[in-house]
Design a protein around this ligand. Structure first.
Ligand SMILES: [Zn+2]
Length: 563
């Protein structure tokens, strides 16, 4: 038994398992359990273990993996499919009878927080073999646009892969909404109020009613018709709910149900000029479409639930089961539409899909796959408290999904040409993915001239033995490089530097990679990259995962996903 090799393989195995850092105790334990005779020499062994662990810790995770692959492939853990955590049970949920809804307002681009909410509502419908509605809350004609609605639909259906059972635009139900308002007016449960904003603010604060509240249903009907028939200016009159001006819950103090807005609507044009407020349209629509369960972020607040439930009671409608969950934020990311719009205007980000943002457009373009967002919902989605997660949580999940799925390629940044004396001509077949030989190979014709990375070049020590990954071993001499061997057996025991490379040839391709801070990294890639399709995600060895954003004649443009 070669003790050095024995230690090295367990150290590598342990390091790979724990993101690159091996634990000496664990390595010694493993060593002794397979070689009990070593117990007598434990002191010497501990020394040697520490020395090897120190060496190994200087290697990247990928280099560690490739060394272990050669040394003892049986110790490489095959990636197991983790059993998905189930979503917690939903109250009052009956199989086949659950109806949920996804309620975006098409006034911005959706970000990761919205995606969590969309997926929670969708996955619960699936869990109970129910239905999920996509309901656009497009009743603010000033803010909602077709551009945003189309983008949301593309994000939800195209990117997240959600298949809604029905797509609803609330503005299409305006006649119904107006009819419901009129029922309330007739029942004397709503009134047209002409008081100005300041006055109402003051009265609501003091818990006092305004004089409009005493008007008869006939008078209110007449004034409501005037509102609808454009007889009043914007802001002159609103329809208010007769709530409770003395309620501890201020939301209940005669809130506005409808307001006048003359802005043309992107769907309805100028058909309507009275528009419902959120707390009116929500209960009306949820009941119209027989929604059974509503999942809301906890910041929504119980106060508004009380108001919405009050409105349902006025109509005698059945209430939905409401579940709250904590909002998910990614630390350091800007998700507020208002803030992003400002950054775009100031030219600080390139657009809604700038790689520094966590909008769904940006995540998709970077190569975050939808499965990662589904997994994130299962991991943190239903905790009640707001959850702040680091980007690394998402990138770790995404890497886990991509790693076995995507093929590997060589990319050399800051390429430097070297010549290796006496290097033979070779035709090499490298695997697309080390764990899946069935995916085929990439063919390289090599001779004695190679591109390597400048940083690798600078790291060579004189008289050192190094390896071009899966190609050959060479020595660095005082005056250049010399071929050593293509035999890997002798080399592997020494744990020396393994680097990636490209053959100097005509058909290499120019590669540009956009980083999250918009820095562009340029370099050369292997010719096989030209076969990729736009949108494909790959792994550049020793660099990271990237998504092919654009194919040009003279270069390929990638976006960096993560390490
Ligand atoms: Zn009033």
């Amino acid at each position: 038994m070669n003790l050095d090799v024995e230690i090295r393989k367990y150290a590598l195995q342990n390091a790979i398992k724990f993101s690159g850092r091996a634990n000496p105790g664990a390595v010694i334990g493993k060593l002794l359990s397979t070689n009990p005779e070593l117990k007598t020499k434990i002191k010497d062994i501990a020394k040697q273990v520490n020395k090897i662990i120190k060496e190994i810790s200087k290697l990247s995770l990928e280099e560690q993996t490739s060394q272990l692959q050669e040394l003892a492939p049986e110790l490489l853990e095959k990636k197991k499919k983790e059993s998905k955590k189930e979503l917690p049970k939903l109250k009052n949920a009956e199989n086949g009878k659950v109806i949920t809804r996804i309620p975006p307002e098409p006034s911005k681009y959706a970000h990761i927080g919205h995606a969590m909410s969309f997926l929670i509502n969708y996955l619960y419908a699936k869990k109970y073999n129910g239905k999920c509605l996509l309901k656009f809350e497009d009743t603010n004609p000033e803010k909602c646009t077709k551009e945003f609605a189309d983008a949301m639909e593309e994000d939800i259906i195209g990117y997240l892969g959600i298949k809604p059972d029905k797509i609803i635009y609330i503005s299409d139900d305006m006649d119904y909404m107006i009819q419901k308002a009129e029922e309330l007016i007739k029942k004397n449960k709503a009134y047209v109020c002409f008081c100005d904003r300041e006055k109402m603010q003051d009265l609501r604060h003091k818990g006092k009613e305004c004089e409009c509240r005493a008007h008869s249903a006939e008078k209110n009907t007449e004034e409501w018709d005037n509102m609808k028939n454009r007889k009043h200016k914007e802001g002159k009159a609103v329809l208010r709910l007769k709530g409770n001006m003395e309620s501890d819950n201020h939301v209940m103090r005669d809130p506005v149900l409808f307001r006048i807005n003359y802005t043309g609507h992107f769907r309805q044009k100028n058909k309507y000029c009275v528009w419902p407020m959120y707390d009116f349209e929500n209960p009306v629509e949820d009941c119209k479409y027989e929604v059974t369960h509503i999942m809301r972020s906890s910041e929504f607040g119980k106060m508004r639930n009380e108001l919405q439930n009050f409105i349902k009671e006025l109509f005698g409608w059945e209430k939905q089961t409401i579940t709250h969950y904590g909002r998910i934020n990614i630390n350091g990311s800007i998700s507020s539409g208002r803030e992003i719009r400002k950054l775009i205007e100031e030219g600080k980000v390139s657009g809604w899909d700038d790689p520094s943002l966590v909008t769904l457009k940006a995540l998709k373009r970077r190569g975050i796959v939808k499965e990662a967002l589904y997994e994130l919902v299962h991991q943190v989605g239903m905790s009640l408290a707001p959850t702040n997660i680091d980007w690394t949580v998402l990138s770790t999940i995404n890497r886990h999904i991509l790693d076995p799925e995507v093929n590997r390629y060589f990319f050399i940044q800051e390429p430097i040409k070297i010549q290796i004396k006496n290097s033979p001509e070779q035709k090499l077949k490298l695997k697309q993915h080390p764990d899946f030989p069935e995916r085929g190979t990439r063919i390289f014709k090599t001779h004695d001239r190679f591109y390597i990375e400048k940083k690798d070049y600078n790291d060579f020590k004189d008289n050192s033995l190094n390896r071009l990954m899966d190609c050959l071993n060479f020595t660095k001499e005082k005056k250049g490089f010399a071929f050593h061997s293509t035999e890997y057996g002798k080399f592997k025991d020494k744990g020396k530097k393994i680097i990636h490379w490209l053959p100097v040839s005509d058909n290499l391709t120019n590669v540009e990679i956009r980083m999250p801070d918009n820095e562009i990294i340029k370099g050369l890639g292997e010719s096989n990259l030209n076969d990729l399709k736009q949108g494909e995600i790959i792994q550049f060895q020793r660099f990271g995962f990237c998504r092919l954003d654009k194919k040009n004649k003279d270069k390929l443009e990638f976006w960096f996903t993560h390490k």
